[in-house]
Each structure stands twice: as structure tokens, then as C-alpha cells.
Write a protein that binds this ligand. Sequence first.
Ligand code: PGA
Length: 249
Amino acid sequence: MRKIVAGNWKMHKDRSEALALVSALGRSPAIAGVEVMVAPAFPFLAMAAELLQGTDIIVAGQNCHHEAKGAYTGEVSAPMLQSVGVKACIVGHSERRQYFAESDEMIGRKVRILLDHGITPIFCCGESRAEREAGSHFKVVTEQMKGALGGLTPEQMEQVVVAYEPVWAIGTGLTATAGQAQEMHAHIRSLLRSHGPNVANVPVLYGGSCKPDNAAELFAGPDVNGGLIGGAALDAEQFKALVRIASES
Ligand code: PGA
């Protein structure tokens, strides 16, 4: 099974800070068996793609618009991302759902336009604290998966990466226990399998306060194929430690 460690820098780092982090990661020797992705903010994607050329590190966007072009002031399209060397893109992050009112339907359109342009969508799903406390977390994640990915062919589904990010764990210092993560990942795996046998091999990443001191336990879950990392991805040493932990798990 593929393993991926992806860094989501969110709205952090200016040009010189982004340059320093990308350079530090680019200089580090590749670690076998783990695909490494970094998602800086839009203004630095082209620079990151150029600096990381010749390395195995993939540059990812954090979002894109669901149309290829048009009168959408302030938006960035999948073909634009493709043209600067972006090979993956986060979609449906809970912060996009919460602050920018992204619906499952819209997220599904983003997934499709990314696939049309050869960009790997990193599709995020996950329940809120209230939904977990109400015991509806499996239902919520099922609906998010069906709402956004339901119309894809098995061949399209095989190109997707899923990230399970319980909203209550993102940036809060609270982490799902290894048991809670594995249980949800197994559920996601069974949803994926229902699209076809090969779709069951889609990587499912864990996200939410994943750090070097809890990653070994989280990544040990048989259905946990790495992580989507926020805070700990902003520091080269912590991020590299996470890649190493993924390679050993
Ligand atoms: P965090 O963010 O690691 O800072 O919790 C993860 C994410 O939002 O992708």
C-alpha cells in the first residue's frame, strides 16, 4: 500500500520563509517508500515546483476552483495549478467547508476538474465534535464521501487520495486515538472497496494534530497510510521526522 506524508501549510509563511522550508526539505535525502507532498500557499507554488524539480517531493495546492476558467475574481483553477507544476491538490478541507461554505457537491466538482488535469485530489472528510458526541461520525463521513465522490468511475476513484481529519482534532492539540483513527479508516476503506477492488488501495491519510510524538501509534493502523499534517509541517525537522516514522510503520 502507498504511504504519503503531506504538509498543509495553510495561510502560513511569507516568501522567504516558504523558500527556506522548501529548500530545507529539498536538500534532505528521499526516504524510500513514502511519497512526500508539500502544499504552500498559492503565490509560492511555482517557486516550490521549480526548487523541488529533480527531487521526489510533490507540490500540492490547498484548493482550486471547480471551473477551468471564467469570471471568478480571486480564484485559481486546476489548469493554472497544472501549468506551474502542481501535481496534487487538497480539496474539501474542513476549513474550506466551514469558512467558505463548500458543499459536498462543489467539492465533487473540484475533484473531477483536478482529475481532468492530471492532478491528484487529496479529498478531506471528517466529523465535528458534536457529530462525534452524537455518535453520527460514520454517517457523516459516509455522506461526505458519497456526496463528493459518488459520481466518479472506479478508474477516477483510483486516482484519489482520502484524508480523514476529525474537525475536533485539527489544530487543537487533540488527536484521535489510534483506535478511533483505525476504526474510521477501516470504514472509509470499506466504502472505497464498494467502488471496485482496486479502489480499496486508495491511500487514506490521517490528519489532526499529528506530530512526531503520536505519529508512530497512529500510522501503525493497518488502514492508516500516512498523514496530512498542518502545524508540524511548518518545521522541517518535525516534518522530516514524520516522513521517517511513516517509512518505519
Ligand atoms: P493540524 O492540521 O496538523 O495542525 O491539526 C491538519 C490539517 O488541517 O490538515
